[in-house]
Ligand binder design. Structure first.
Ligand code: ADP
Length: 298
């Protein structure tokens, strides 16, 4: 089973002709509200593929929290670990201009209150999981507590997003650490060379057991067991890349839990990521295993 520990946000999206300057008001489109947040996205992506998935997260006792819980349950995610209350549900206020550029304000809200003691209270979920997957939209102390409470034999997967330097204890637990270029540069430092192989080497030197670098339309790079493997992408018409990285990580974590080797799990994840960019939205865009097969072959 897969346990995702992470954030749940309501994404509030308004289309605008242009952004307001300080003190100014502009009119926008009708409001669209979408379930989001990296933790919630990963859990839905894995469950859509058929993984037995649970989410450890915190939402507010409010309409956005209920929307997020409904989306998790509709996808088949186990929600006993979704704690309610303590602060309003996290929200992302997003304006989109006619060229498609976003401006985003995030209020972490309840995500910021997912505490180390919540991890200690979720021992049952941790012990039922072959793989635990986390991101950084929750407090770093909470991620550290996950690492300290990992049952032996449970694998830990981390997508350090939004990126920040990580304690050695967390890095040492990652198998793999999954990063895009921006995350690699923040974590390994700005003097990185130009090639993904250089970033992977610099990251491995920090202590994770393995590293996966995602490369958008170029696929991914897997660095593990002393070798580096390029994972090709699938050629698709990209419509919306929102949440593609979350789908990639969820698919990879699930495949590792079923016993796949890392390069094989990453190759499957690249097909899932490609399928996710062919449809708009994040959670709404995630494919079933049948859809992945139909798009990319088995
Ligand atoms: P992030 O959103 O975290 O920056 P990426 O953009 O690298 O992550 O996307 C994650 C994965 O999704 C990629 O490794 C790739 O497998 C897939 N993907 C993303 N964009 C495309 C694309 N345009 N065509 C095909 N696959 C894509």
């Amino acid at each position: 089973d897969l346990l995702v520990v992470g954030s749940a946000n309501a994404d509030l999206v308004i289309g605008v002709e242009r952004r307001p300057a300080a003190g100014e008001t502009v009119l926008g489109s009708d409001l669209a509200v979408h379930p989001g947040g990296k933790g919630a996205n990963q859990a839905v992506a894995a469950a859509r593929l058929g993984a037995r998935t649970a989410l450890l997260a915190r939402v507010g006792d409010d309409a956005h929290g209920r929307l997020l819980l409904d989306a998790q349950r509709a996808a088949g995610v186990g929600t006993v670990g979704v704690l309610v209350g303590g602060a309003p549900t996290g929200v992302a206020l997003i304006t989109v201009d006619p060229s498609g550029d976003n401006s985003i304000v995030v209020s972490p809200g309840a995500n910021g209150r997912l505490a180390p003691e919540d991890v200690r209270a979720a021992q049952g979920l941790l012990h039922a999981s072959r793989v635990v997957s986390a991101q950084l939209e929750i407090p770093l102390e909470t991620v550290e507590e996950v690492v300290r409470n990992l049952p032996s034999g449970t694998r830990f997967v981390l997508n350090p997003s939004p990126p920040r330097p990580l304690p050695a204890e967390v890095l040492a637990a990652c198998d793999p650490l999954i990063v895009n270029e921006h995350e690699a540069r923040v974590i390994a430092g700005d003097e990185l060379g130009g090639a993904p192989e250089d970033w992977a080497r610099a990251l491995l030197a920090l202590g994770p057991r393995s590293v996966v670098v995602t490369l958008g339309a170029e696929g991914a790079l897997v660095a593990a067991d002393g070798s580096m493997t390029r994972v090709p992408s699938v050629k698709v018409d990209a419509v919306d890349t929102t949440g593609a990285g979350d789908a990639f990580t969820a698919a990879l974590a699930w495949r590792l839990g079923t016993g796949a080797a890392l390069p094989e799990a990453a190759a499957y994840a690249a097909r899932v990521g490609a399928a996710a960019v062919t449809r708009p939205g994040a959670q709404e865009s995630y494919p079933t295993a049948e859809e992945v097969e139909a798009l990319c072959g088995a």
